[in-house]
Design a protein around this ligand. Structure first.
Ligand code: C2G
Length: 130
């Protein structure tokens, strides 16, 4: 069973590890689409802290991740799912309902986010340190 997931994974943290390990446990091959720097800018209005090159290197080094590729556009998700022959799309539940239309091409599963940690919150904490 081939699993696909998408994300920026900037300032990599334990919430990211949790969803990736739980996604992998749904099957036996995990493919991760990593938002390009340009896509992240268009989604969040700022550049990521870590470049797409470094974010891909971090993800590719994880035991639970089998393959990484750059997600250039949100509009290409169906194409990425089909190209990668994914049987299941896994996303955190902050995306609940947003990807239901892909149920015609693969299973879609939303997983509970890890509470109390996010890239944005971590950046704010670091910025506020004296
Ligand atoms: N996540 C989580 N728990 C957290 C933080 C993040 O489970 N505390 C999950 C998110 O739900 C997402 C994944 O980790 O499934 C990656 O999170 P982000 O890097 O914030 O991804 P995002 O920028 O939302 O990109 O096309 C969809 C987007 O590319 C998703």
């Amino acid at each position: 069973m081939r699993i696909i997931t998408f994300g920026t994974f900037d300032v990599f943290h334990v919430g990211h590890v949790n969803i990736l390990e739980r996604a992998k446990a749904q099957g036996d091959y995990l493919i991760v689409g990593v938002s390009s720097d340009a896509l992240n800018f268009s989604k969040k209005g700022r550049n990521p802290i870590y470049s797409e090159h470094d974010r891909m290197q971090i993800l590719g080094a994880l035991k639970c991740v089998d393959e990484v590729f750059v997600e250039e556009s949100l509009e290409l998700k169906e194409q990425y799912i089909l190209e990668n022959k994914a049987d299941m799309l896994v996303m955190g539940d902050d995306w609940e309902g947003k990807f239901d239309h892909f149920r015609s091409v693969c299973q879609v599963v939303y997983m509970t986010r890890t509470p109390s940690i996010s890239t944005t919150a971590t950046i704010e904490i670091v910025k506020s340190l004296p």
